[in-house]
Design a protein around this ligand. Structure first.
Ligand code: HMG
Length: 390
């Protein structure tokens, strides 16, 4: 460990207030529910109502951090998303206003499929290394949407995570050493004119495994740490079973036999939130990290977590986080679990109505038919300008 730590001082996540139980989708699509529950490892997927977008998801994720720590010394807001709401203006600038952050704060949006939150995290750590009194807010927010009746439909979802990056972090120290892999492939993409992603499903899972393995190989060249030095692992989770597959793949590559008990100890607590949220693209890896910290029965102080990021197209990265003493006192565990339990179940017709609801256009107010209780919501668009409430 370094003398001076830089990393995650606070971490909070948020998802929409509505979900579809995948048992309903399985019945409707005449699929054996075992395929969803065990084959892809998903039970529910969060569904974003039309007054929720990446701005509201991100602001709702970050609010508890700002309420707890204040906005002092926050000199940057990096917003990672692939569900952008404007080709020019960063979603982060709207969040900056909703959270009433300081005007001397640099704001930018980053994109590379599900990977960009990892770039944002390391850029934030690098800036704190340069100016140790600075704090940077990293927000990752996305809404994963695929075509109805497609194989990808049950892997939809949405969510956001907010992380405050600082010196002497109270939750996780982040190492500067990373292993990278980039290759230009078309496994998943969304052209500007499409609302849903295009995906070559089988190829995307193969690319994911290939890319994370190359990222780990690259990590081995720059770090003295071995596979056995890590006690826990978090992966990008398009669906929770993908994390299990990736972990088995990397264990096999490192010639480690993985028993069920080891799988439970090393991985499973990190899968719990994703199972009931679905894919949240850029946020998914970091929601898995929160899930591990919130749900693992052990005190994880001093343990090494291997973080494995993947974004289609594709970029992968492997790096280490070390858990700080007393981290549990900093977590929002109870409010995370309360939020998930308070979500409202949709029936199939309500899900379909939300899925088909057209993107709001200028001059339109955005309805709130299901009484979305989110603190921040999109209220309408006037003169081509988005109007937020909260
Ligand atoms: P599919 O092709 O319909 O599923 O969709 P399948 O037939 O391969 O079945 C899935 C698994 O369920 C298989 O197990 C089956 O055996 C099993 P596996 O061979 O994988 O071990 N199964 C059952 N198990 C128990 N009981 C049953 C049963 N029936 C079957 N009755 C696919 C799967 C992932 C392709 C689809 O959901 C998809 O296209 N999803 C979207 C793409 C995706 O998530 N790709 C993941 C890697 S790419 C990535 O992570 C990046 C991404 O997040 C985007 C970004 O970076 O921005 C997507």
């Amino acid at each position: 460990m370094h003398a001076t730590h830089i990393g995650i001082d606070q971490i909070s996540f948020y998802t929409a207030n509505f979900y579809l139980d995948l048992a309903i989708l399985a019945k409707r699509n005449q699929i054996d529910i075992g395929k969803y529950h065990f084959g892809i490892g998903q039970e529910k997927m969060s569904v974003a109502p039309h007054d929720e977008d990446v701005v509201t998801l991100g602001a709702n994720a970050a609010l508890p951090i700002i309420e707890k720590t204040g906005k002092e010394n926050i000199t940057g807001l990096f917003f990672a998303t692939e569900t952008g709401i404007d080709q020019s203006k960063s979603a982060g600038v709207y969040v900056h206003r909703l959270l009433n952050l300081n005007s001397n704060c640099r704001v930018v949006e980053l994109k590379q499929a599900c990977y960009s939150a990892t770039a944002a995290l390391h850029m934030a750590c690098a800036l704190v290394a340069r100016n140790p009194n600075d704090k940077i807010l990293v927000i990752a927010a996305d809404i994963a949407r695929y075509d109805l009746n497609s194989a990808a439909e049950p892997t939809q979802g949405c969510g956001a995570v907010a992380m405050l990056i600082s010196q002497n972090p109270r939750i996780l120290s982040i190492d500067p050493q990373v292993g990278n892999y980039t290759e230009d492939v078309m496994d998943f993409w969304r052209p500007n004119y499409r609302k849903t992603a295009l995906v070559d499903g089988k190829f995307s899972t193969d690319m994911y495994l290939k890319a994370v393995c190359h990222a780990w190989q690259n990590y081995q060249n720059i770090s003295p740490l071995q596979w056995q030095d890590f006690q826990h692992f978090c992966y990008h989770l398009p669906f929770s079973r993908m994390g299990v597959k990736a972990h088995r793949h990397l264990c096999a590559y490192n010639q480690q036999n993985l028993s069920e008990a080891q799988l439970e100890r090393q991985l499973n607590a990190g899968l719990l939130y994703n199972r009931v949220i679905g894919n949240s693209y850029t946020a998914a890896l970091y929601i898995s990290l929160v899930s591990l910290l919130d749900n693992h029965p052990d005190d994880l102080t001093g343990r090494n977590i291997g973080l494995c990021s993947y974004g289609s197209g594709c970029v992968a990265e492997f790096f280490r986080a070390v858990v700080m003493p007393d981290y549990r006192q900093q977590l929002f565990t109870q409010s995370h679990q309360k939020m998930l339990a308070a979500r409202e179940a949709l029936d199939y017709d309500q899900y379909l109505a939300m899925w088909h609801y057209p993107d709001p256009q200028t001059g339109e107010a955005v309805e709130n038919p299901l009484a979305n209780q989110a603190r921040f919501r999109l209220a309408g668009i006037d003169g081509h300008q988005r109007r937020y409430q909260g």
